[in-house]
Design a protein around this ligand. Structure first.
Ligand code: HEC
Length: 472
């Protein structure tokens, strides 16, 4: 009864808050007009109104999250719990990629702009450069100032919420997918036997440690030595990849590597780039001399972020590729791919600057081919003739059915994962390719090898499939 009452109250608050956003919007529009007309005190009121808007929007988020928590408590232990988690996953994931695209899109665009600026022909003294572009049926002309314009315009667009919301939604996704079900999704007892709470603590703590190390490195004299900074930074990142692979299950290890880089990117925006820009705007408004170092620092962090994008994108899709995270040296595969795709980004950046490099792209491709080579399946051993279905079926009954049946006996899965069951011979035959992929090639099934399948059993399954997956 209590949850239902809570839900009703929260819904009422939510409706009120939404109505308030409309009200605040109209009032703010009036103040905007007054400010435009130069009325006294209008600017202060306008700012006050923006603050109220932020407050109302944050309240909406808080109330919505509370509602989800109440619903979760109501559905916990029922057959709808899994369904709720699935929809949370859908919604949060969709938000995450949407914000992420906006953020990475802006990153690509501005780094492109910076690289492609015309800095020589017909450039006014106060400008760093300009660029003509055509897009969506319109001509655009952009100018970049060397430091700042004489007068800071009233309407200055800031790019920051893309970054903040990408990080926030990513963090929520980490909870929905990995932390809520940490004993199955985060921890692998064969890797390290720790409690779910310890695992979550290590995961979240590692992001903070990574930021402190990276930020320290950026403030050290090393930052002036571009190449050494890159090499040492990369080695440290590889260290993290290795560390994660020794603590978490292989999928979670990959995701944590991406989340670690993503957190550094968001922290760069939050604690370096935006504060530097605020200081620049403030100084320009007050007519004080600008410290060009501020802009340079911000620009450098922004460039680092740009190089992190492709590795992070790879991690985001890596979950679909068990041959990568399922490899015995999964951390090394991740390191090699990170290097390769960052190299590709470097090539693109050089190209935009008009400095076509002969070797960056080929080397990057070679590195990526190296990863493909490393993850190739081993040459299989010889098979005895005619492995019978009975043999294979016995293995599957023993090693898979605890999860993959309509009524799993596993302590974590109460419904068959991905809806996959192996209760009839037909089901097994139908899924033979996937079984080959997950059980034989990448060895990512049984999950965390919870049911202790042996290599011999994996070989038998392979031989049976290779011999045509007969039901005899
Ligand atoms: C401890 C529980 C557990 C056991 C035991 C287990 N699985 Fe899974 N399986 C899962 C989970 C969870 C997923 C979904 C997540 C994933 O794809 O990793 C899954 C997914 C799969 C998939 C991918 C399905 C898809 O839609 O792509 C295949 C194939 C598979 N399992 C085969 C097997 C086989 C064969 C065995 C026995 C040798 C087995 N599993 C044992 C938990 C288990």
């Amino acid at each position: 009864m209590l949850p239902v009452i809570l839900l009703v109250v929260l819904s009422a608050i939510l409706v009120m808050l939404i109505i308030m956003t409309y009200y605040l919007n109209t009032v703010k529009a009036n103040y905007d007009e007054a400010d435009e007309a130069g009325e006294d005190g209008a600017e202060k009121k306008k700012e006050g109104m923006s603050a109220s808007q932020t407050f109302v929007y944050s309240s909406i988020v808080l109330v919505s999250v509370s509602m989800v928590i109440v619903v979760y408590v109501m559905l916990r232990g029922t057959i709808w719990e899994g369904h709720l988690m699935e929809w949370m996953n859908i919604i949060v994931r969709l938000m995450h990629i949407t914000f992420g695209i906006a953020w990475i899109g802006a990153s690509f665009y501005f780094v492109f702009l910076e690289n492609a600026l015309n800095r020589t022909k017909d450039v006014r003294e106060e400008l760093a450069g300009n660029l003509w572009a055509i897009h969506g049926g319109g001509f655009y002309y952009l100018e970049k100032y060397k430091i700042a314009p004489q007068k800071i315009p009233k309407h200055l667009h800031w790019f920051k919420y893309e970054a903040y919301f990408t990080w926030l939604s990513g963090f929520c996704l980490l909870f929905v997918v990995y932390y809520f079900n940490a004993s199955a999704m985060l921890i692998d007892k064969n890797v390290l036997d720790i409690s779910p709470l310890a695992g979550i603590g290590i995961g979240v703590g590692s992001f903070i440690v990574a930021w402190l190390i990276y930020d320290g490195l950026c403030r050290s004299p090393l930052i002036k030595k571009g190449i050494w900074f890159t090499i040492i930074g990369f080695m440290i990142a590889v260290g993290f990849a290795y560390f994660y692979s020794r603590v978490f299950n292989s999928r979670a290890a990959y995701i944590h590597f991406g989340a670690m880089l993503g957190s550094i990117m968001a922290a760069n925006v939050f604690s370096i780039i935006i504060p530097a820009q605020k200081a620049m705007v403030k100084a320009a408004r007050q007519g004080l001399p600008l410290n060009p170092q501020l802009g340079k620092n911000a620009g450098l962090r922004s460039l680092h972020n740009n190089y992190f994008t492709l590795p992070v994108l790879f991690v985001m899709i890596s979950n679909h590729f068990p041959s990568t995270f399922g490899n015995e040296y999964s951390w090394l595969v991740l390191a090699v791919i990170t290097l390769g795709v960052a190299g590709v980004k470097h090539y693109l950046n050089l190209k935009e600057k008009g400095q076509l490099s002969v070797w960056v792209m080929p080397v990057s491709i070679l590195i990526l081919l190296g990863a493909a080579f490393m993850t190739a399946p081993e040459k299989p051993g010889a098979c005895k003739s005619n492995v019978s279905f009975t043999e294979v079926n016995n293995i599957i009954q023993k090693r898979c059915l605890s999860c993959h049946s309509s009524r799993p006996t596993d302590d974590v899965y109460t419904a068959p994962p991905n809806g996959i069951t192996y209760e009839t011979p037909e089901e097994i035959v139908k899924l033979k390719e996937k079984i080959m992929q997950r059980v034989v090639i990448t060895k990512t099934m049984p999950q965390n090898n919870k049911t202790n399948i042996t290599q011999k059993e994996r070989d038998l399954i392979r031989c049976w499939i290779e011999q045509g997956a007969n039901l005899k």
